[in-house]
Design a protein around this ligand. Structure first.
Ligand SMILES: Cc1cc2nc3c(=O)[nH]c(=O)nc-3n(C[C@H](O)[C@H](O)[C@H](O)COP(=O)(O)OP(=O)(O)OC[C@H]3O[C@@H](n4cnc5c(N)ncnc54)[C@H](O)[C@@H]3O)c2cc1C
Length: 374
């Protein structure tokens, strides 16, 4: 039973309710509040803070490595691949132009795709197609994108001596980025209520009612569902599957040579420096079914694979693994990577399935979601 005071403040109906305070939810609030400054926006988040992938990712500001994009070109064709790259590039540009890059530790150190010693055929094939890829991407980046780097051995690992360098790639601090957007939207009047897990959505022509775990009904004229890897519990028929990504981080390594962002195995493994620690993640492709999970835990199988790769990358360094964690991404059942941005009715919009480069696409996904409302 609520008091009059509560129903006229904390739980009063709003114009827009957003489920989920990850990057997509936060940015939906940002775009909506900019577009409709007098409307009341409230975000409902199950966790004490953003509790999905947005604060648990690797912090790559990236738009695709050569072999990954060549795979996409084969599967999707030029139009869809380029549309996706453009969304990522625009998204990263949005962060840089909206916030001070120093405030979210953005650093354009460049990125590399590197290869194992046994992968010379993959490198040679990709080299043959590099000019074609550069021609396609130059109109989006306004500059040549990828070059062959013939001195990968300077990083001190036993890997293939040639790789690809992309000077446009950078790294960022995802936690700081979320907090910046959080601060910006609160200044626009957006409310964020934490500890609210929505279990059911009821939708009539002029109202959306969200029932939380305690049975309380939150009401609004419109709603955006930004629950990414947890969407299935609200919409079991949606082609959105959870996909866990695991990470480990070493202790500080004073002589660390890997400075930048690095992709290996078509992006299924990735690593970067965080100051002088190495953060290494991925390996989901080695246990696809096991990692189709929304449990925020790590598994011995994937962590062992990560540690094995760490030995190749840091053959002579002294370090220990200081931290391990996982986060939940979302893909389609057949590994579809395109986001699902769709009006499910006149007043209910879905903005989910952000895939593995969701930091980059969240600004465009959320803009598209908000544009679905009149
Ligand atoms: C390990 C890992 C590494 C990654 N690395 C990168 C990278 O380097 N670069 C990159 O671009 N992308 C990366 N990604 C992907 C990127 O993090 C995601 O695509 C992006 O953060 C998705 O944002 P989102 O807001 O859509 O989803 P999320 O951040 O998952 O947010 C969804 C929110 O909804 C909340 N929620 C869910 N269900 C409910 C409910 N029923 N009621 C209330 N709240 C609910 C959750 O608690 C969560 O806060 C990585 C992901 C992982 C897991």
């Amino acid at each position: 039973m609520q008091s009059y005071w509560e129903t006229s403040t904390y739980s009063a109906p709003s114009d827009l309710l957003i489920i989920g305070s990850g990057l997509t939810g936060l940015l939906c609030a940002y775009h909506y509040a900019q577009r409709f400054p007098t409307r009341k926006v409230r975000i409902l988040e199950r966790g004490p803070f953003p509790f999905g992938a947005s604060t648990r990712n690797a912090g790559f500001a990236c738009f695709g490595s050569p072999t990954e994009l060549l795979d996409d070109l084969r599967e999707l064709g030029e139009n869809d691949t380029l549309k996706r790259v453009e969304m990522r590039v625009k998204g990263l540009e949005f962060y840089r132009s909206t916030f001070n890059p120093d405030d979210y530790d953005f650093n354009k150190r460049g990125g590399w795709e590197i290869f194992r010693l046994s992968e010379s055929h993959i490198v040679e094939n990709a080299k043959d197609r590099l000019d074609y890829l550069n021609q396609l991407l130059t109109p989006i980046l306004n500059e040549r994108v990828y070059d062959v780097d013939k001195d990968i051995n300077r990083f001190g690992a036993e890997i293939y001596p040639e790789g690809f360098h992309n000077p446009h790639e950078g790294q960022l601090h995802p936690g700081k980025l979320c907090r910046l957007i959080d601060k910006a939207i609160r200044q626009l009047g957006v409310e964020i209520v934490n500890g609210i897990e929505i279990e059911t959505i009821e939708n009539t022509s002029d109202e959306v009612i969200l029932l939380d775990k305690s049975g309380f009904a939150w009401k609004a004229a419109q709603c955006i569902v930004a629950t990414n890897g947890l969407t299935k519990s609200l919409f079991p028929d949606e082609n959105i599957e959870p996909a866990r990504g695991q990470i480990l981080m070493t202790s500080p390594i004073p002589e660390l040579k890997w400075k930048g962002t690095f992709h290996i195995d078509r992006g299924y493994f990735y690593f970067r420096n965080v100051e002088n620690r190495l953060l290494l993640g991925g390996g989901r492709h080695l246990d696809v079914l096991g990692e189709r999970s929304s449990e925020r835990v790590t598994s011995e199988k994937i962590q062992t694979e990560l540690e094995q790769l760490l030995k190749t990358l840091l053959p002579k360094a002294n370090y220990k693994v200081d931290m391990r964690w996982s986060g939940i991404m979302a893909f389609g059942a057949k590994n579809e990577k395109a986001p699902r941005v769709e009006a499910l009715s006149d007043n209910l919009v879905l903005a989910a399935r952000l895939g593995g480069m969701g930091v980059a696409i969240a600004p465009e996904v959320s803009k598209q979601a908000v544009n679905l409302f009149s």
